[in-house]
Each structure stands twice: as structure tokens, then as C-alpha cells.
Design a protein. Structure first.
Length: 361
């Protein structure tokens, strides 16, 4: 049982929350001051942490799940990069075991975010150049290894628009990303069943009042989109505009193997990246993922003037709902006991994943 100021689906209450693997009940009552209890974070875009990259396969997913759990992430998607087919299969084989059985002291791996290889070569960002045209057979073969929950693609690439309805029928959320497409390309993709946008503003055709691109599509039509709230990938002014335009804009880390590590050289798939001054870059100087954790994302949202309750929703409830995970991302009787306890400075002092206490050091 925990006591404090608890964020419930109906708002804040002072009281206690009883749980084992799931939440048994929430009771209102007098409590001491200081502790804030919110749902565990749900991160739908994670490449690595603690010096380990998802593309390494093997037990990399377990290391990443444990590392992010210490920062309040209780559920996540292991995210791949553009690579040769054998490398992608190797990464998926490693993720399959972590998805099937949650590692001790780790976050729950809900599935895979396949970010690439179905991208536009003109908008690769930090992605390696091994792009291919997507096909139903190829996606189904990947999906058979490990469940793909989210798939990023450039819909303007020949054959991709027609693929979207098939992916939707498979239960995969198709996201527009790493795209040089036009406004019309984006609208057509959403009509075909695309559900979201990958790291909004980054790796896509930008806003223009004469030649609108994918950012305009998101602003005009999207219910959901992911954004990296590290205050480096997106200027706070642009983030505020997106928050007003997209009802369920949610935060992701896009965290790399450099997360939680000292400055130095690290891997992002086959790319070499460099951590310095709180960010990760290619040798060219371009941003290459982040070192963001979800607890810092919460504090960053709050630094923009957002209330803690809304910041929590954008890091837990909205991404959970986007995936159809109705028993995560909220503190309610019957939901999984995915819980983060914060001190007055909004730093985690306790984290529980499905009722298991996570060591924070």
C-alpha cells in the first residue's frame, strides 16, 4: 500500500492505493504531504540505454528494459533501425524472448516499433541507408518473429500507400515518419489507415503555407502523434503549437545506447554516435536519437508550464490508449500496478512494474 497524492482517471485524490500485481483499490483519506503517485510511463520509441543497442539482439532488450524502469518507464516498445534484413531478424529474435517474459526488475516490453527500413532515403536523419520498399510478405515474416505494434513508413514511396490497410488489419499502428511526402501524400495515408506520426517535426517534410508537408498533415488531422520532449529536437514554441493542434500528442524518448552513460562514442545500429552536452549526434553534427528518460520528459513538460496531471497523461495514458492497452497508463482498480512515486522535485523515489518494486540504483 502507498499513500500520497494520487492521480486517478477522475483527477487527483489524497489517499492510499493498495495493490499486488494489479491495483486492488484506491481509497480517499488524510495522508502526509510530499509524495505524488502517478501511472508508470509508457514509452513507444526506445532504441537503447546503458551502453546497449536494441539492434545487438541477445539480452539487449532486457538490459534496456531494466535501465528505463529505473526512471519510471513501466512499459515500452523495443525500437529497431533501418538495417539489412538479417540484422533486423536478429534484433527481433532477441526482443521476442523479452516480450514473452518480462525481465526481473525490468519494464514490460509490449512489442516492437519497427522504425525502418520502409523509409524515404531523402529523410533518413540518423538512420542507416539500407532502406527497402515494404511488402506484406516481409512485414508478416518479421511479425512472426516478434509482435510489431508500431511501424514507421514513408507513405509516398511507391507501394507503401497500398500496404497501409493490410498493416492495419494485422493490428499494427502505421506511423508516418522519415518522409519527404507532400500534404496530399499524408492525407491519403491517413485515409488509408495511418494512425500517427514518428517524432513529429523531425525526419519529415515541414510546415509551409504554400507547400505544406507532413507536419501540416499532423497539425490539421492527427489525433495522436509522438514527439521527443528533450527541448533539443523540437523548440518549445513549436512544441506548444503541436500541443494545441494535436489532442493526444504524447512523449517518447527515442533513447539510444548512450542514455545513462558518460560522454563518449556509442552505437546506434551500424552508425557511430557521440554523446556530448546532453545530446547524441552523428559525426556530421546531426542529432541522432536522445539520452532522454521519461522522468526527465515529465519535468521538461512541466517546465513549459504544463500541469503535472497533463504531463503524466502525455507520457502514460495517451500512449497506452494509442496501443489499445486499456489496463496500463492509469491508476484504477483492476489495472496493472504500474506505479511511479515522485518527490516534490518530480524525481522518482519508488517505481513498481506489475507490482514488483524496481531498484532505483
Amino acid at each position: 500500500m502507498l499513500q500520497g497524492r494520487i492521480l486517478t482517471p477522475g483527477g487527483w485524490i489524497n489517499g492510499s492505493i493498495a495493490f499486488d500485481q494489479r491495483i486492488a483499490g484506491i481509497t480517499e483519506g488524510p495522508v502526509g504531504e510530499g509524495l505524488t503517485i502517478i501511472p508508470g510511463f509508457v514509452d513507444l520509441h526506445v532504441h537503447g540505454a546503458s551502453g546497449v543497442d536494441i539492434m545487438e539482439g541477445g539480452d539487449a532488450g532486457a538490459v534496456v528494459a531494466r535501465s528505463h524502469a529505473r526512471h519510471g518507464t513501466t512499459a515500452l516498445l523495443g525500437t529497431t533501425l533501418t538495417a539489412k534484413e538479417d540484422s533486423i531478424r536478429h534484433a527481433l529474435q532477441g526482443l521476442a524472448g523479452v516480450i514473452a517474459q518480462r525481465p526481473r526488475h525490468g519494464a514490460r516490453m509490449l512489442g516492437v516499433h519497427l522504425e525502418g527500413p520502409f523509409l524515404n532515403r531523402r529523410r533518413l536523419g540518423a538512420q542507416p541507408p539500407d532502406v527497402v520498399t515494404g511488402s506484406r510478405a516481409l512485414v508478416e515474416s518479421y511479425h512472426a518473429i516478434a509482435p510489431i505494434r508500431v511501424l514507421t513508413m514513408a507513405p509516398e514511396v511507391t507501394g507503401h500507400l497500398e500496404l497501409i490497410p493490410h498493416l492495419k488489419d494485422m493490428g499494427i499502428r502505421v506511423q508516418i515518419g522519415h518522409s519527404a511526402g507532400s500534404y496530399d501524400d499524408g492525407v491519403a495515408a491517413m485515409r488509408a489507415g495511418a494512425a500517427g506520426f514518428t517524432h513529429l517535426f523531425n525526419g519529415m517534410s515541414g510546415m509551409s503555407h504554400k507547400e505544406p508537408g507532413m507536419v501540416d498533415v499532423a497539425m490539421a488531422h492527427a489525433e495522436y502523434a509522438e514527439i521527443i520532449p528533450d527541448l533539443l529536437h523540437v523548440h518549445p514554441g513549436a512544441m506548444r503549437a503541436a500541443l494545441r493542434a494535436i489532442p493526444r500528442l504524447y512523449g517518447v524518448t527515442d533513447a539510444t545506447s548512450a542514455t545513462g552513460m558518460p560522454d563518449g562514442e556509442y552505437a546506434l545500429g551500424t552508425q557511430r554516435v557521440f554523446k556530448c552536452m546532453g545530446c547524441v549526434r552523428l559525426a556530421t553534427g546531426s542529432l541522432a536519437g536522445s539520452v532522454l528518460t521519461m522522468d526527465q520528459a515529465l519535468r521538461n513538460f512541466v517546465s513549459l508550464g504544463m500541469e503535472v496531471a497533463e504531463a503524466s497523461q502525455r507520457l502514460s495514458l495517451f500512449p497506452a490508449d494509442y496501443l489499445g492497452e486499456s489496463q496500463r497508463g492509469r491508476l484504477a482498480p483492476g489495472a496493472w500496478a504500474d506505479i511511479v512515486v515522485l518527490d516534490q522535485s518530480l524525481h522518482p523515489v519508488a517505481v513498481f512494474v506489475e507490482g514488483e518494486a524496481i531498484p532505483l540504483s
